[in-house]
Unconditional design. Structure first.
Length: 118
């Protein structure tokens, strides 16, 4: 019985680790000139949204709050930049999103939001 409990606990912890690993990834690129850039992305469903103030994404690990970077670009999966009117119409609670963000300490600053194509 003790072994069953140990295995169940390990399975839960490993499952939680896998779920967290799937929601956020970082890609680092080094150019020929030696410049290194990192892009951290995450995906989920937009959980709470108020333009300019609230941006919370429900990821596999749970809801994650983001602050807005100085500039935020909204695009489709094919790379088309959305106009302000398109952002107002398409960015809403319940929409699947993939975001790119920077981190300062424990704060995540969203700088790019990607939504499905039309």
């Amino acid at each position: 019985m003790k072994n069953l409990f140990t295995y169940a606990t390990c399975a839960l912890l490993l499952g939680a680790g896998v779920a967290t690993a799937q929601s956020t990834s970082t890609t680092t690129t080094t150019t020929a000139g030696g410049t290194t850039t990192s892009v951290t992305t995450s995906s989920g469903t937009l959980h709470e949204y108020t333009p300019g103030t609230t941006f919370i994404v429900k990821e596999t690990s749970g809801p994650v709050a983001y602050k807005y970077a100085k500039t935020v670009t909204y695009v489709t999966k094919s790379g088309k930049t959305l106009t302000e009117d398109q952002v107002k119409a398409r960015i809403k609670v319940g929409v699947p999103v993939r975001i790119a963000f920077d981190t300062e300490g424990d704060v995540r600053y969203v700088n790019r939001v990607e939504v499905d194509d039309d």
